[in-house]
Design a protein around this ligand. Sequence first.
Ligand code: NOJ
Length: 559
Amino acid sequence: MNTTPTTTQDTTGGPATGWWTEAVIYQIYPRSFADSDGDGFGDLPGITARLGHLAELGVDAVWLSPFYPSPQADAGYDVADYRDVDPLFGTLEDADKLIAEARAKGLKVIVDLVPNHTSSAHRWFTAALAAGPGSPERARYVFRDGLGPDGAQPPNDWQSVFGGPAWTRVTDPDGRPGQWYLHLFDTAQPDLNWDHPEVRAEFLDVLRFWLDRGVDGFRVDVAHGLIKQADLADWQEPQEILSGAEVEKPRPPMWDQDGVHEIYREWRRLLDSYGGERILVAEAWVEPAERLARYVRPDEMHQAFNFEYLLAAWSAPAQYAVITRSLEATDAVGAPTTWVLSNHDVVRHASRLGLATTLTGGRPNGIGAGDPQPDAPTGLRRARAATLLMLALPGSAYLYQGEELGLPEHTTMPDEARQDPTWVRSGHTVRGRDGCRVPIPWEADAPSYGFGPTDASWLPQPPSWAEYALDRQRGVPGSTYELYRTALRLRREHGLGRGTLRWLSSGDEVLTFANDGITVLTNFGPAPVPVPEGELLASSAPLDPAGGVPTDVTVWVRA
Ligand code: NOJ
């Protein structure tokens, strides 16, 4: 263990410094990135073999979604053992090789940490079931007696994020109906009791385990959920991850409780005791931006995903507002802003931005064959413009695997193929997230488009995906892949991630800003607008024949 302390954020309130403040971080969803053994599931050796792609693309770091032993009830976000690798994905040795190979290629590695809940197959939970009511084993989770004369009603009215009640009743060792346990997500994901010292000690140890193996940080799942309001008061509102509100609303008793911050302060102290600028990234569906900024105060986490940005409508006023608000909120605490357009939980932005609802900020949770379909060319055009806008913003940006190929959502997946628990738990009303999790295409003419050596793919790949394959785009001028590479190279060369944004125009149809020496313009309006003066460095689509920036296009110009 390297114990050299590193200070990467000025605790007196000055801006943070360090690799992560301007990094572009690429999310790998291990199931769907690259399959080395042909079983239809991506794996760690598959990732290691494809790291060259990420170095060539020009990102700084990768974040890996969970690869730990798990019954896979929620695609690995149900962890049964935090210190090992699921055989589906490989071995601990494979993880070590991946970390070493990434480092050799100049890429940092961030792993996912899932502290809000374990899998119901975790040894702690099976012990809790066996030990019965009132036992120390049950105290590590949130067990309560039910309401009503025979305890047949759940302890409160909370709903699971995936639909249905957030409580499940257990059968006691004597065969009789027993207590209920809380699960804000699937029934196979019991929530831990973070008021319990053993839970806190366990996760500090898990952090050490992966820090000692050389990881550069952790993406913290459901970071806003660990502490619940002590009285578990009823919450009559429907469960809603994020509504896009710009003002603070009454806080639900299960989310964003003040007690979570002490946990992250303790983790931060641990990370700072290691060398090498290791980071914590909050997945916290918290709004407004000022409230989210509390997670990235100088002695807490380093970054938080900016979901308000991801959810913002595709219009000049909405984008201006969210960018301005995000920068102000994180500047106030000295942290870098982050930007993200896609991940494994939302409709891919190449499709989302092709929906009519994108102009007002609507957000479907999955799209099925019978739903309104996105306009694919418009979606891709806007996605390219949105990405070029995002990569010019100061701060750190997150990319989701496949977006560099312009990959759309699979919007016509047969319902029988769906695996997201949301589909079942919502009574087959909400399709959920499978459409953005489909294994990605590498080679147009290979089985499973080069995802693996066979045709096997845990979710079906659409027949149209050959055109998105990497080998159809690599070296092809104007391809989405080459646009990403160019943008990432220029972003690095011009230091845009550590620059300063200055608005030049913020009308109803056009946004223009300067980031140090680069002028960035996005045209949201229907008619072409003049290109800013200077040398054109990048354009998300060809310019108008008369020389203007057409609708849904971003340009970068050296002033
Ligand atoms: C957020 C993760 O991104 C999502 O995929 C998962 O289902 C929930 N947290 C529960 O762990």
